[in-house]
Ligand binder design. Structure first.
Ligand SMILES: Cc1ncc(COP(=O)(O)O)c(C=O)c1O
Length: 395
């Protein structure tokens, strides 16, 4: 049996999404910018997808800008909002646990003279990985032009107090961007309730295709486009529209919105069963991240004394696919910046695995994973050069 437990890295595309997309490669293949009938048919498909994406986050369809994914949406939001600000000196606030799509963009801004504050997160073992909104308030300066804080963390699953942070940014008159790539389709999203001016999502995290995402841009929020070359997406993202991808994200958004209540209840109970049983059966296993303020599908666990990469490979040989952290940093021996920021030691961060479930996950798969994982961990512990769980006090 093969059990895929890495849905935060990516998801399979729902067959209904594939079906909707296939039509755009063959029948409805027009250029959405053309005035003739095939062009207008493609335009209608793009417009309808825009409405579905807007409905997922309670936005207006005119506020949706299609991009090539979450990374581009984050780049467009951050570079775009900072460039649009007329302030002579500029300051941005983000967090130490945001995704590299945000952090590397902020680092690039720093090389151009923009000052960036990287806020810490809670290191308390019971509430790891949560930003304190008061830290946002304290970090604000007259020259602050943007606050960018992720909604759900991709490694821990922790959900940030976005509505509160949005309120603080709004009161200060500062633009607020939220990377909601890991929360879209997992928890209800409402841009008004969250107080976001800009919000990023990515289709491949909620059973849509890779290479397409969207940036929500609140009416009246100014962003300078990153690309030049035409008037697509109301001048905010030029280039011929990726009609199949856009239709794909539209269908995936529609399915996510309809299925969300059922999916989240079912998935969280499977996740909780997996997590609880592993903690019972594996000595010293500990859950990372605030357990209550988490997306329903993610479990990040430390198995002291076992190397993450070794566990990952051994589990893969047993048919269980999970992750040692963000997919884009796998292969790197550096411990995860998220786990370190959340207070784990280097050793514990290197001994952690992320299990993330999805809509296709079944109870049988969880049974299989529960049966396979404990013996693999004990085997890796036995051959790991470091220590065993029993020899190290658990925090
Ligand atoms: C929180 C977060 N932001 C942004 C991204 C980047 O999205 P994409 O893969 O669509 O570029 C990811 C992908 O893992 C993510 O988890």
């Amino acid at each position: 049996m093969r059990v895929y437990l890495d849905y935060n890295a990516t998801t399979p595309v729902d067959p209904a999404v594939v079906e909707a997309m296939v039509r755009c490669f063959t029948e409805n293949f027009g250029n959405a910018g053309s005035v003739h009938t095939p062009g207008q048919q493609a335009r209608a498909a793009v417009d309808s997808a825009r409405e579905s994406v807007a409905a997922l986050i309670n936005a207006k369809s005119s506020e949706i800008v299609f991009t090539s994914g979450g990374t581009e949406a984050d780049n467009l939001a951050i570079f775009g909002a900072v460039a649009a600000s007329p302030k002579p000196r500029k300051h941005v606030i983000t967090t130490a646990i945001d995704h590299h799509a945000v952090l590397h963009t902020c680092q690039e801004l720093e090389s151009h003279g923009v000052e960036v504050t990287y806020l810490p997160v809670s290191r308390d073992p019971n509430s790891r990985g949560i930003v304190d909104p008061d830290d946002v308030r304290r970090a604000l300066r007259p020259e602050t032009v943007l606050v960018t804080v992720m909604h759900a963390n991709n490694e821990l699953g922790t959900i940030q107090p976005i509505a509160e942070i949005g309120r603080i940014a709004r009161e200060a008159g500062v633009c607020f961007h939220c990377d909601a790539v890991q929360s879209a389709g997992k928890v209800p999203l409402d841009v008004n309730r969250l107080g976001a001016d800009l919000l990023s999502i990515s289709a491949h995290k909620f059973c849509g295709p890779k290479g397409v995402g969207a940036l929500y841009v609140r009416t009246g929020t100014r962003i300078v486009p990153r690309f030049r070359g035409g008037h697509a997406e109301r001048d905010r993202r030029p280039g011929t529209e990726n009609v199949p991808g856009i239709v794909g994200i539209g269908k995936a958004a529609e399915l996510a919105r309809v299925k969300l209540p059922e999916d989240s209840a079912r998935i969280s109970s499977l996740r909780d069963r997996l997590e609880m049983t592993l903690c019972e059966r594996i000595s010293g296993a500990q859950v990372n991240g605030d357990r209550a303020r988490r997306v329903p599908n993610t479990s990040n666990l430390t198995f002291r004394g076992a190397g993450g990469e070794a566990m990952l490979i051994a589990l893969d040989l047993q048919g269980v696919a999970c992750s040692t952290g963000a997919a884009c940093s796998s292969g790197s021996t550096e411990p995860s910046h998220v786990l370190l920021a959340a207070g784990l030691s280097h050793d514990d961060a290197r001994s952690s695995l992320r299990f993330s479930l999805g809509r296709p996950t079944t109870a049988e798969e969880i049974d299989y994973a529960i049966a396979a994982i404990p013996s693999v961990i004990e085997r890796i512990r036995a051959i790991s050069p470091r220590t065993t769980a029993a020899a190290v006090p658990v925090q």
